[in-house]
Write a protein that binds this ligand. Sequence first.
Ligand code: B3K
Ligand code: ZN
Length: 853
Amino acid sequence: MSQPQAKFLKDYQKPLFQISHIDLDFSLAQAQTQLIATSKVIRHGTHSDALVLAGDDIELLSVTIDNQSVDYMQRDGELIIETSLNAFELQIITKLDPEANTSLEGLYMSDGAYCTQCEAEGFRRITYFLDRPDVLAIYTVRIEADKQAFPFLLSNGNLVDSGDSNDGLHFAKWHDPFPKPAYLFALVAGDFDLLEDSFTTCSQRDIKLQVFVDKGNLNKAHHAMASLKKSMAWDESRFNLEYDLDIYMIVAVDFFNMGAMENKGLNVFNTKFVLADKDSATDDDYHGIESVVGHEYFHNWTGNRVTCRDWFQLSLKEGLTVFRDQEFSSDLGSRAVNRIHAIKVMKNQQFAEDSGPMAHPIRPESVIEMNNFYTVTVYNKGAEVIRMMHTLLGESGFQKGMALYFERHDGEAVTCDDFVAAMQDASGIDLAQFKRWYSQAGTPQIDVQEEYNSETQCYTLTLLQSTPDTPDGSAKLPLHIPFDIELIDVAGQSIVNKVLDFTQEKQQFNFEGLEQKPIPSLLQNFSAPVKLNFEYSVEQLVHIMRFAQSEVAKWEASVALFSQSIWQNIERLQAQQAMFIDPRIVDAFKGVLLAQDLDKALMAEILTLASAGSLIEQNDIVDLDNLKIAREFVVLEIAANCEDELLVIVRELAGIDDAATRALKNVCLALLLKVDSNYASLAEQQYNNAENMTDSLAALSALNGESSAIREQLMAKFEQKWLKTPLVMDKWLGLHATFTNDNCIDKLKSLFDHEAFSFNNPNRVRSLIGIFAAANTFEFHRHDGLGYQFLTDAIIKLNTLNPQVAARIITPLIQFKKFDLARQQLMINELNRILTVDNLSKDLYEKVTKALV
Ligand code: B3K
Ligand code: ZN
């Protein structure tokens, strides 16, 4: 078999044909689904090339042009039609087998309902088409199916006709007046509970809102509906963007590869991001729902009305829409805490991707399997790049840029360059150098030196930027970096608070008239997605934690204090010296526990001590075994020295019904259990008294550090209670996956046969296997290699079942370069094992071969 080939951005060519309209006529039936697709095709320009359509895994029944049969050829995922006509009607009849489709791309079944997922290239699994985002067509969709089994027949746009047909069938016809690329097409047919509401837009149009959920879940749809209404109001007030169709539908399905999908007027969601009530969903779940509902809604303008010219431009819609959903969450909740979450994703996941074999710029230049590029780089670093433009232009300049972008490009498929041009033209700020962020992979490093001259009273910061080489070979030129700083005096007063414009490889910034050497808080708010190298002293960090104006800076300083202590202890261990923690560090954390004026959610973030996974990302190479010992030591020292304070908080805050309060209390509970396993009784008490999922789960998770009778008992109780609620059982599976115990893997294997688990369902696979590999650091990286083997066996099984999910959970295995040679070899062996699999998917092929280069 030939090896999968890469596609290159530089090879982009405009489509040779345009499809302006398409009528889809679906007959959905259990045994076979038939689709008649009738398109208006127009030749672009004067060429005489054949019409080449993409199609995957579908049975072709007939092809006609203007009602005449035509000659065609089929080869490797393509249908080639020779014709000399310049405008014609093309009709293609295909047969599909949604029941057998476990890839969850194209048309498939989720718990007895038909649904679709077409982004990025899933429409070609439905019919042969110009399946590329720069072909925008007007869709009319007729669906016919059994009335009893599938009472709801949904597609994009407005319902224009419906009724009964023969033999217990019924039909619905939908028309979407907005031309759209095929990836935004959607169809759903099934039986659901329906929550309805409405929203009146700023121009007084009434929009019908519908949330469809599995039968029996109606009471869990209210938070999603409320989030949708908030999103609609927010996009009007902050971005001046109004909804366009008369109806907006969300359908929640349990079988879904990602979080959700922004299909025009008909979003399909993973149930995880719709269903919630306080018994079954945590505070984090509530927050996640609000943010994903917002994200998909915001795509209606950033993605749907203005879409991508080609898939290399994915960040055009994703980076921008993540930025928008982050702003939405920040305007509605705590800006600092939302920022901290975004920073963690960048430092823990995106930095890892950027230093690994899959490193790519936010606009990649070559791709084998597009589904592999829905990454933290394209999404989250993409959002950081938008955020930097926002910093450089300010809110009003940025909004002018957005307005110009829509004025120029509404209804078009465009590039990242078009976006930046609109920002530049509207603001008058030169973004020529800034645009390098789109083409350079890798995490830039900024080395900072400080100097203070007491005679001239001048303080100087010298900044040096460099970006390490990445396997994609992208050029590394100096970037335009907004570098946010605060200078604080010894008394804790703020002297300077500004964003430096850092554009050269090396640049000096002088601050005159300072009577004493100030304490610098650098790269505040993570103002650019870079690594900061600056040797902070303990004293400086403690000062920043106390006095910085920015809450995010306080948190950053706490992370640095904790991390520094761990790296120093790793060195001591390597030199066979006793471990030690500077008492000022303990005091700093105690100070947070005692603080009266700090937001509880921020306190919780500070006390959530950096995970092993996030520590690994701070250095190029890591001594994992000593990291484990050093981290346990430092955590224990902090917790043990704060035992009384922790106890007070856990006792005093118990039972208070507020998310931030719960977060703080629960992180303190977890720390107490590190001090003394006798505190397990506190966790047990909390579990038994809990009136919400956040507290139940926090109790179990605090007990997850070691095996105990209480843990066993409560896990069994939880299982019994929630056995029939899949989303909650995912949490239970996740607890097993993060159990830090030698027997963890054996237990996980035995759970493959549990009724709550299925390899066919991505949520289950992520909970049991994905979380293990991504978060159970020391069990995954066991010396005997059993962790790697466990993951690899699952990946091989998923290769045929669901290649997208297989390629997603492989991430920790391809990032092996940070570890010792023995571990590296074990990981490489497993990757080689994957390479020998028959019919290896393009998804896995791309990642494994890049890792093994
Ligand atoms: N655009 C979709 C992701 C599609 C994933 C394709 N493998 C969800 C989102 O970003 O909103
Ligand atoms: Zn998105």
